[in-house]
Design a protein around this ligand. Sequence first.
Ligand code: DAH
Length: 329
Amino acid sequence: MLERLEQLDRDATAALEAVDNPDGLEAFRIKYLGTKGQFKAAMTWLKDASKEERPQLGQGLNQLKNRLQTEFDQKKASLGSAKPRAAGPMLDVTEPPLPPQMGRRHVITQVIDELIEVFGRMGFDVAEGPELEDERHNFVDLNIPPEHPARDPLDNFYLDDTHLLRTQTSTVQIRVMEQTQPPIRVIAPGRVYRPDTHDATHSSMFHQLEGLYVDEQVSMVDLKTALFQFARAYFGEKAEIRLRPSYFPFTEPSAELDIKMQLKGEWQWVELGGCGMVDPNVFQAVGYDPEQWTGFAFGMGIERIAMARYGIGDIRWLYENDVRFLRQF
Ligand code: DAH
């Protein structure tokens, strides 16, 4: 029994000596002096001790406990007083605040908002459509026949035989015309999906801005004017547009749209999308009389616009959500 007392003495004394911070001191108190501590446990030794040992053991435990309590109190006073002085006041009310970490809209969202604003000034409303589409809205009503290469299952994310993730925002043209009568003036920004291999200029998800204008006697001049006004408003007073003859199933005639804009200090032509006069077959599909109604449509890549405008060299940076990149916009 007396060996156990000596052992406790050695352990506790060494433990207290090793303490060098308030947390350690508190741990010591709990382990040895607390209500569930070792001294409390040592009281049961008395019960098991022989008659001769008992008084000596009791006295020894008491002395040890008192000594440790005194040393503990001293240590507490020295640790307690030394620390705050070294660390200074807990709260320095004179310290300037850290700048608040503000969130911001993603650069693509910022571009979309600006596009909505620019076209809004020309009288275009915003329309939306679902990203999960059926073949009718994505192809059939847009005059894209079953044998057209764009309908190849390998070039589309099909979910079942007739549903797919939309490959173009042109679907929203159909959705709007199904629900409204002309005159129509809408833009539709949104996500589109194509199974492209990711590289600096390709992503399997990206954004397009669709435009649709339907009224009586709409002409190619109206299309060029709208695109020109947009180019000047968005890319600056020296921007130019260029339409190159092309083919899309849903427009006739069709054109590729290039905009001359300042890229890294130099004025350059950048291909932004397609456009044209709405094909009479599309009007027929939505129940409009092609003899009465005419219209133009356009579709632009929003990433293209953002990358050209801000000199972004890799489309993947837009989706990696690295704040060092995103903070620049
Ligand atoms: N939907 C076409 C594409 O994704 C772009 C496009 C071309 C949209 C001509 C149009 C248009 O509205 O008239 O490549």
